[in-house]
Design a protein around this ligand. Structure first.
Ligand code: SF4
Length: 475
């Protein structure tokens, strides 16, 4: 089985969707790399992309068109200047000229060159894309098919899995492997994870990359909590996070995202206040996500609010800012490793498994990380993940208007609060008496995913998406 680094599960990205925005963006980047590897970029006259299945059905609301333009223009996802995320696609739409890989201008008409195959689906995965590059005579130069398989992971047709085929000292394919490695080595779960990560990078590289992930999360939370206005897409949804935090007038002064997050650790909070802040923080990240903001995919964009909200709860509301850098990094490592078990044995793609694959998995990841942080045993850590997922089983993906706004934004709050509740239950339980294991719940999630009607798998054909009566204007 392919192995997955913790940095594959937590990636710096751009909203609103990991599978429908980041996946197509990454596929477009890979396609221009493929053409470049044949030294044919300068001969390309036209590029066309065909979108299938869920990508076709919700691609417009999930900014797939914009993502393809940004990818074909050669913008890297992690470092794209945020001002270009909105302006470049608008310019291409207006001028019908695209700068391929940022080097060669070609004609590009969105209506002609991005084709939506609403009723067709490619065999491997519902999020299929076919890219075609032709020369001036109309002859096909390069063609490739890619699949966006959830969480920003992309595979090319016949390429195999999205992970790497390395040999890890402590391979983790099941939750039971975690217990085995920890018991036999006498070490903690973060220690096992960090030993495995050495196959890909040094300990200090992992430390800086994880700390950078946390800094991006903090900046996203800050922007989300300090930006008002309406979200794009025509649903007329207002941002709520700044209003929800407004009553915290006793918050100490701050003038940077880092000072602001530290100020949360100085607050004296009632149970209701704590609940409100966690909910608000989860919402803040996903309002940024819905507004094409910079976010950390964790493990997907639609569910990106859960882990940062629970991490702030752990490090600032509960530990009052006394959590160390290592403890914060360990939190992220544990969350990520638990997410990778779901990715390997079930799915983190809403187009395959509904919203249980997004909010359910992020809640399980956060619950495990929080339980570890609160000094739970490894058995309690896995138990918390099991409890969090057990109560998301069967949750459908039904984004209204194909936008990652309703019900997505509030679902992040629900996932965060469930993660904290799962931790509380696990910390007060004896895991040896648990009737259901994490491996059993992962398997159940996969079977549930296969039984679910396609209407509930990120198609906007069922659930809330089909019962919402207000017409969304074309935009
Ligand atoms: S309903 Fe859930 S899975 Fe679907 S787009 Fe929204 S957050 Fe993602």
């Amino acid at each position: 089985m392919d192995q997955i680094s913790v940095l594959d599960m937590l990636k710096i990205g751009v909203g609103p969707s990991s599978s429908h925005t980041m996946g197509p963006w990454k596929a477009a980047l890979r396609f221009i790399e493929l053409i470049d590897s044949k030294q044919q970029l300068q001969r390309v006259h036209q590029i066309s992309v065909q979108l299938y299945g869920s990508l076709a059905l919700t691609g417009k609301g999930h900014a797939t068109i914009e993502a393809l333009i940004l990818g074909l223009s050669g913008y890297p996802i992690e470092t794209v200047p945020m001002k270009d995320v909105k302006t470049t696609p608008q310019q291409v739409a207006t001028t019908q000229v695209l700068s391929l890989a940022g080097k060669f201008e070609i004609g590009f008409s969105i209506d002609r060159d991005i084709i939506f195959r609403f009723t067709e689906r490619l065999p491997y995965h519902t999020n299929g894309m076919q890219f075609l590059a032709v020369d001036e005579q109309g002859a096909i130069m390069v063609e490739a098919t890619y699949y966006s398989i959830g969480g920003g992971f992309v595979v090319m047709e016949n390429e195999g899995g999205a992970g790497s085929t390395v040999t890890l000292p402590y391979p983790i394919n099941y939750a039971r492997d975690v217990i085995l490695h920890c018991r036999l080595s006498g070490q903690s779960l973060p220690w096992i994870i960090k030993e495995n990560e050495k196959v890909w990078r040094s300990e200090s590289e992992l430390d800086s990359a994880m700390w950078n992930i946390w800094q991006v999360m903090v900046e996203t939370l800050y922007r989300g909590c300090h930006t008002s206005g309406k979200l794009p897409g025509g649903l007329d949804v207002s941002r709520r996070a700044p209003k929800m935090l407004e009553y915290l007038t006793m918050a100490p002064a701050y003038d940077s995202p880092q000072q602001w997050i530290a100020s949360l650790g100085e607050l004296s909070l009632s149970f209701e206040d704590t609940l409100s802040i966690v909910s608000c923080l989860a919402i803040a990240t996903n309002e940024e996500n819905a507004d094409f903001g910079r976010i950390v995919t964790a493990p997907t964009n639609g569910a990106a609010g859960v882990i940062p909200a629970v991490l702030v709860y752990y490090a600032y509301l509960n530990r009052k800012g006394k959590a160390t850098r290592t403890e914060i990094i360990d939190f992220l490592c544990v969350a990520s490793e638990i997410g990778s078990i779901f990715k390997k044995r079930s799915t983190i793609s809403a187009a395959m498994g509904g919203c249980q694959a997004e909010i359910g998995v992020s809640s399980a990841m956060a619950a495990a990380a929080l339980t570890h942080g609160m000094r739970g045993s490894v058995e309690q850590t896995l138990m918390a993940a099991e409890i969090a997922m057990e109560h998301h089983l069967g949750m459908t993906c039904d984004p209204v208007g194909g936008l990652v706004q309703i019900p997505c934004i509030e679902r992040n709050s629900m996932g965060a609060i469930k993660a904290i509740t799962a931790t509380q239950i696990a910390l007060k339980s004896d895991p040896s008496a648990a009737k259901i294991s994490l491996d059993e719940v992962v398997q159940t999630m996969w079977e549930t995913a296969q039984d679910m009607n396609d209407k509930y798998k990120e198609t906007s054909l069922g659930g809330l998406a089909s019962n919402y009566s207000v017409k969304i204007p074309e935009c």
